[in-house]
Write a protein that binds this ligand. Structure first.
Ligand code: XMP
Length: 321
């Protein structure tokens, strides 16, 4: 029968037999899949695994700390952190086009990970790379039935020829809810295991306009309030994702106290979905929306207006960029 502890036991044995005494690397994104995959591999081979976390400064409030502190405390994983916020922000400086942002972030991410992998490889020869591939990803890419949990030499997208690792993909037969159950069983914090999907380019594609630190800080503050209130309402699991979007180049007139304000709007974009291919806007209670709106306009000085996105997908996408 399928239980999280059965799967863990099975995978731990499999990982040990494949990896032997070799060294393994894993990139952590802050998301559920890589977190659970790495925790499983850590359980199997301990310090033969080194995780690399690229902190590009585009994550939500508290997320980098969750990886660096809570995740490490829960798993005992050996972690290398690359703080590259400056590097990412300088490359993103003045860039408004969404696809351009994605390209820059993707390129810098690979560059950073590659440099970290190279350093690590020089120190302890690395033979395997862990990836948090799930069953739906396998099916989508035509990868067969998912019986091969660990594929041998596979060309890892983006890494150069002299940095080729064999892949370890311990989640290849699993669905998302199963991965969450395993993460919980492995003792990972709820904040990581129950996290909503979050795009690789992070908050950069939730700032409409150019990205800079000040705008990121404004968005992070508003986003944190939305997340806190959604969690407090108990409706977290009804919602697939809840992007908060900063219209950084738009200003509107408002009034606060005795004074006129001229601030930015943020958009609340809570959606319900099964797989992100289609989505509907979440019918969250108006009282919850009101609370989020009041808190954001009271607590985030630069924001004087909160609007609700009531567009389904299609025709809208989930993200605004
Ligand atoms: P859209 O906005 O196309 O998003 O409805 C569908 C799902 O994909 C996520 N998304 C991304 N994920 N890199 C990612 O890793 C990206 O560039 C990207 N763009 C969108 C989005 O959050 C949603 O879950």
């Amino acid at each position: 029968t399928w239980t999280p502890s059965n799967i863990i036991e099975e995978q731990v044995a499999l990982i040990r037999s494949v990896v032997g005494d070799k060294q393994v690397i894993c990139g952590l994104s802050g998301g559920v899949d890589s977190a659970v995959a790495a925790a499983l591999v850590q359980r199997a081979i301990g310090d033969q695994l080194t995780c690399v976390f690229v902190d590009h400064g585009l994550l939500r409030s508290g997320e980098a700390e969750q990886v660096e502190k809570d995740y490490v405390a829960a798993t005992n994983v050996r972690l290398v952190v690359k703080n590259v916020e400056e590097q990412f922000l300088s490359h993103l400086d003045g860039v408004e086009d969404p696809e351009q942002k994605r390209k820059i972030i993707g390129r810098e991410f690979i560059r950073t990970f590659e440099a970290a992998a190279r350093e690590l490889d020089a120190e302890r020869h690395i033979e395997f790379l862990v990836q948090g591939t799930l069953y739906p990803d396998v099916v989508e890419s035509g990868g067969g039935t998912g019986t091969a949990n660990i594929k041998s030499h596979h060309n890892v997208g983006g890494l150069p020829d002299d940095l080729q690792f064999a892949l370890v993909e311990p989640l290849r037969t699993l669905f998302k809810d199963e991965v969450r159950a395993i993460g919980k069983e492995l003792g990972l914090p709820d904040e990581i295991v129950q996290r909503h999907p979050f795009p690789g380019p992070g908050l950069a594609i939730r700032i409409i306009g150019a990205v800079d630190r000040e705008r990121l800080d404004i968005l992070r503050a508003a986003d944190l309030i939305a997340r806190e209130e959604l969690a407090a309402s108990g409706l977290d699991r009804e919602v697939w994702q809840f992007p908060v979007v900063l219209l950084a180049d738009v200003r509107s007139v408002g009034v606060q106290g005795d004074g006129r304000t001229y601030g930015h709007p943020v958009v609340l974009r809570p959606v319900s979905s099964e797989d992100a291919m289609t989505a509907d806007w979440s019918r969250l209670p108006y009282d919850l929306i009101a609370k989020i709106s009041n808190r954001i306009t009271n607590e985030v000085r630069e924001v004087n207006r909160v609007v609700l996105d009531v567009t389904s997908k299609p025709p809208g996408t989930i993200e605004w960029e």
